[in-house]
Ligand binder design. Sequence first.
Ligand code: GDP
Length: 700
Amino acid sequence: LMHLTRKLIEIRTMLLSIDQSDALKLPSIVVVGSQSSGKSSVLEAIVGHEFLPKGNNMVTRRPIELTLIHTPAENGKTPVEYGEFPGLGLGKMTNFADIQRTLTDLNLAVPSADAVSNDPIDLRIHSPNVPDLTLIDLPGYVQISSLDQPETLKEKIATLCDRYIREPNIILAVCAADVDLANSPALRASRKVDPLGLRTIGVITKMDLVPAEQGASILAGNRYPLHLGYVGVVAKSSGKKGKKDSTVVSTQRSENDYFGSHKDVFGSSSSLMVGTDTLRRRLMEVLESSMASSLHGITNAVQLELEEATYQFKVQYNDRRITAESYVAESMDALKLRFKEFTHQFRRPVIRAKLKGMLDDKVMDVLEQLYWLDKRAPELGTLGADPKLKPKDVEPYWRHKLEAASSLLTKSGVGRDSTLLVADGLRSLIDSIAAGEPFTFHPRASERLIQFSHMILRDRIGVTSDQVENCIKPYKYEIEVEPREWELGRERAIELFEKEVAMCETKLKEIRKKVGGGRRLGGLIGYVKTLEEKEKEKKTKQFENPDANEEPEQNPESYRYPPAQIMDARHAMLYGDRLSILKLRLLALKSKRCRAGPESDVLCPEAFLNVVADKLAYTSAMFINIELLDQFFYQFPREIDSRLLYDLDRREIVEFARENPVVRRHLDLQERKDKLEEVMKQLNSLSTLRADPQPAPRRH
Ligand code: GDP
């Protein structure tokens, strides 16, 4: 039968890991009693070591699930005694003072505002001197609330104990002999759930504190009968505090002394149960028979749960098994694939077109700055209209302008700007991947992904922009334009201008609509112009006569239009001006003179700059491709492996997989089914064990 208890204790532990509901519970012994009833002393006597937290203040704040595992001597060698906390990963503890300290720390970690916690501490003790038992130590019932304990404490502890003393557990009700049993909260609580005392064992401590006859009459249990009876113990060490285990040994001695000196009352002729050894044996018997009688019920319950889990697994997942590892690997592959799908956005022609777009804007800025705002701009048109005029005769003024324009463009920081443009594109691609499924479930992985890809980019940006800048350097000195390039540049400039014209016209139309029609806009513009005239006059006057007192402006007209509309009018004027110059330049670009070829560069700066922009875009794209894109595409998938995948240990892999709720549910059900199968297998092996006529050897 010993095998049975041991096996069932293992099974009980597995069942606890499957679920915490009462349906799948095997019995354990629950130790209840009021504070100072001697609960800790009894438990330590059973284990044979001092290991429970001590202190005046209530120190047991969390239930302790204490599993005792008997380790038999092998080949005459006594195995080492040790304890372990499976949940904490602290390893084997051979020093029971360490166990005591750990338990104290765990208890004190419960905030004192909460006072007690329902979360049990799992402690296993392996020893040749303990029987196979599971005991649950609960916080002691509080009799009188003290000042530094919350009001609700009493209630909280009672509720916690009520949860544990439910079926099928065995209740070990600890009462001190020198306190009237009528006042024992442990017995009172147990009677509520087990009125006949069928699963309650009474332990009477401090037998040495009452006359032997009085103690004996308590144990007889006439006043509060318990089916499983009472066991009397003396669990106090008479020895002084000192060497570690001497206390437990001397406890045993003082108990033996006490009952030995009262043989007349407690001797073998009486049917009374006394002593820690008796208690231990009694507990084993009771747990064994309780476990044995639970066996049938639990087997059925597990069978039912298993059938349900198997059915669900079939229906929901078609029996498809997954592992956390496979999920992680698949996610990484999907990530790489996803990234690859987008890389066509970074092929060279695409990049070149993007860079060209950026440079076109620069060209427009340069034109605006150097030509359109130039009062002499219309000259360009007249120069071009004169067929006798040779380009080499064109005024040095315009020659100089063209050189300035070209160098504004080539020295505008193309290396840096073009590199950043592409890097930003990559960055936002990564960001969008990191923000999508399945990374919505994995915020930390998503963050890491963003981090390391930005880091690769940061590393490359400097090198790349320097390289690009270096390679466009020749253009800063001389630009040769082939006739074919010229023609293309001219056509593209026309295209660009036509687009710009269309844009300006739309803007004007919008403004017209906004202010209420062309007539009104005309009125507005006229008004703004007179305002500007007046402003100019005032300035000249001030200039001529700076000492004159400024007269307060009495101009009711300035209230004729709301300021927003005046702004609109100013915008409209700007667009209008730009439109007229664009149209003029379009005519020039389409003229014979421009079509003539590169020698007309001074007269057609737009075509020329367009060619320059194209050359810059071509060269930039080439080197960005080599220095940035190729490098990034090479490194990125490798970094995924090294920073997202191989960086994870087993625990982190499971954690990662479980962040995805779909995967978590799948894994949960799969694990539940596996565990139930394992439990079922163990339970089935037990029934053959029980059928075994050979009695198992007694080991304790
Ligand atoms: P707990 O609060 O219920 O865990 O009680 P303890 O085990 O800490 O015991 C409370 C006090 O009673 C301690 O001072 C123990 O030394 C003392 N004590 C426990 N058992 C006995 C006993 O059998 N006889 C005597 N005389 N004192 C005991």
